[in-house]
Design a protein around this ligand. Sequence first.
Ligand code: NAD
Ligand code: ZN
Length: 342
Amino acid sequence: MRALAKLHPEEGIWLHTTQRPKMGHNDLMIKIHKTAICGTDMHIYNWDAWAQKTIPVGMTVGHEYVGEVVEIGSEVEGFRPGDRVSGEGHITCGHCRNCRAGRRHLCRNTQGVGVNRPGAFAEYLVIPAINAFKIPDNISDDLAAIFDPFGNALHTALSFDLVGEDVLVTGAGPIGIMAAAVARHVGARHVVLTDVNPYRLALGRRMGVIHTVNVAEQSLDDKMHELQMNEGFDVGLEMSGAEPAFRSMLEAMNHGGKIAMLGIPAGDMAIDWTQVIFKGLIIKGIYGREMFETWYKMASVVQSGLNLSPIITHRFPIEQFQQGFDVMRSGEAGKVILEWDS
Ligand code: NAD
Ligand code: ZN
């Protein structure tokens, strides 16, 4: 089968022919139809310090996908050939305390599809059946292919009550934009989205997020005055991993505010802890998606009318994967889809 893999310890990714992955008795074999490029894939492409210490050379990359079940392990129930599925990219151990308590997103032994085990940028993917999620008929393949990052956005956004609240989202990458759109959809009052990249802020506005601030040009304070927000934000969703963004978020929070942090800082990050202490802030780290509550909620939030389609800005047949990676690197893209059926 064809697969995109990290074949050499240097910048880049390569399309090659390899063996189909082997099935276990609890697994599904999925024929991949569409995949999407994640920021993680870009770290692997760029071969940065994290990728060098994490990714074995030869690894098939990718974990955002939609496909069709073509083979079913002998112990698997609840799936049939032809089922359209996406899947949770975190493979959990099932035997640690959190797994056994049903808190699989807190598993200590998580393995990543396309990171620690062969991924979805391939004609066929094998995953444990429990990780697969059946896609309802009225959700498109394109949208199903981005359920993994949408799940990051939804998990973060739904960490705290947003109804009637003022919400600050720092970082208008695809995940920040989707989180801001979710915040509006579920009834926040003001949702303010910040970035330093005008293309992405414009994309956020196309997704219905009215209040955007390019913090390289305008101060967040000005926007807060304009919105007559005298006290500060109730909820913060940190989606950039950028130290200045997190610092400004701490300053802009109201007392008693709550912050959910998904963005991954490049290294240690110093903050003014008095902001946290004297304001009584609550900060929650977010990793991945809740298994599998976030997946069910993704389907129902889309079915209740959230329109995510503008976030998909580019589509390429797999032969043109290089163009997909190039446009992701340019920063002038939302989600980029690679099609395997062409
Ligand atoms: P992205 O890199 O596409 O988006 C980050 C955005 O932050 C960019 O648009 C960038 O211009 C912006 N930014 C940079 N400096 C800023 C500043 N000072 N103020 C505001 N914005 C600023 O990433 P993404 O794919 O949307 O993912 C968002 C973040 O979440 C990334 O840090 C990613 O590594 C992380 N992530 C975490 C998990 C998890 O499970 N915790 C999962 C996926 C992604
Ligand atoms: Zn576990």
